[in-house]
Design a protein around this ligand. Structure first.
Ligand code: PAF
Length: 279
């Protein structure tokens, strides 16, 4: 596995690697965990070459504290990737990725004004900026994204369509801790007590799935929100039940679409997201 830190080195390495066949790409912000490794494993199965990027992208953070507190440990990340089947790691600096400010404004319509887009203004524009830059240089055949960031996946698919990019977006399952908590780099910011209590989030989502049809959509939204908020460690920012393609609210269970319950919860100062397909 090779590590490169500049776009020039990346281009040189990619020229050689592309001669081996298809390229699978896993973009990350580091602080890698088993969820990331499962993305890399998926990429390894479907391609001849696997590239992983590690870059905490400042343009997708709308809160400076959140950016500063985001966990970073390149050596630990490289150790985790060592036996994963990854061929090339690209870990650039901010100056390398943004030699000049990126002023591009992407437009995603209503899929970006709800949920994460509503509570983290500018977040998805930053995600689109960095992912489009990475796609442009790496030119992967397939790129792998976790379903935990459900809305991000929808945004990326839309961006690929808008820009006519020749890359297949491959969604990958949410990987969970034994207690059900969705794996996330942010979990390492939780103390032991918070980690235990954060498991209430996924466990409530699993229970909610069993209540579909027994409670109305509105009742279920209230039930989930109240149950999680009754835990003193947790504070729900939103819980919404949405159509999986346009991300707009569902009013009735009878609607003929796939329904996803998406949630953002503060556990202390740490913001966690999760989701569950309800039908
Ligand atoms: O999901 C993430 O870790 C990031 O949003 C991504 C896709 C690597 C872009 O910075």
């Amino acid at each position: 596995m090779k590590l490169v830190k500049t776009v020039k080195e990346l281009n040189e390495s990619m020229q050689l690697l592309r001669t081996r066949g298809t390229v699978g790409f896993v973009p990350t912000m580091g602080a890698l965990h088993k969820g990331h490794i499962s993305l890399v494993e998926n990429a390894t199965c479907g391609n001849n070459v696997v590239v992983v990027s590690i870059f905490v992208n400042p343009t997708q953070f709308n809160n400076i504290d959140d950016l500063e507190r985001y966990p970073r440990n390149l050596d630990a990340d490289l150790n985790m990737l060592a036996d994963s089947g990854c061929d090339l790691v690209f870990a650039p600096s901010v100056a390398e990725m943004y030699p000049v400010p990126d002023n591009r404004k992407f437009r995603f319509g209503t899929i970006e004004t709800v949920m994460e887009g509503k509570y983290r203004p500018g977040h998805f524009n930053g995600v689109a900026q960095i992912v489009s830059k990475l796609f442009d240089t790496i030119k992967p055949d397939k790129a792998y994204f976790g379903l935990k960031d459900f809305q991000q996946l929808t945004i990326i698919k839309s961006m690929v369509k808008q820009l006519n990019l020749p890359v297949e977006i491959v969604p990958c399952s949410i990987i969970r801790e034994k207690n059900g908590l969705a794996m996330s780099s942010r979990n390492r910011l939780l103390n032991n007590e918070e980690t235990e209590n954060a498991a209430i989030i996924s466990n409530t989502l699993f229970m909610a799935k069993e209540l579909v049809g027994k409670k109305s959509v509105k009742e279920l939204v209230e039930w989930v929100t109240e149950k999680i908020n009754s835990n003193p460690f947790l504070n729900v920012e939103y819980f919404e039940i949405v159509d999986d393609t346009n991300l707009q609210h569902i009013e009735h269970w009878e609607e003929d679409n796939t329904k996803v319950g998406c949630i953002a919860v503060y556990c202390g100062k740490v913001r966690l997201i999760d989701n569950i397909v309800l039908n």
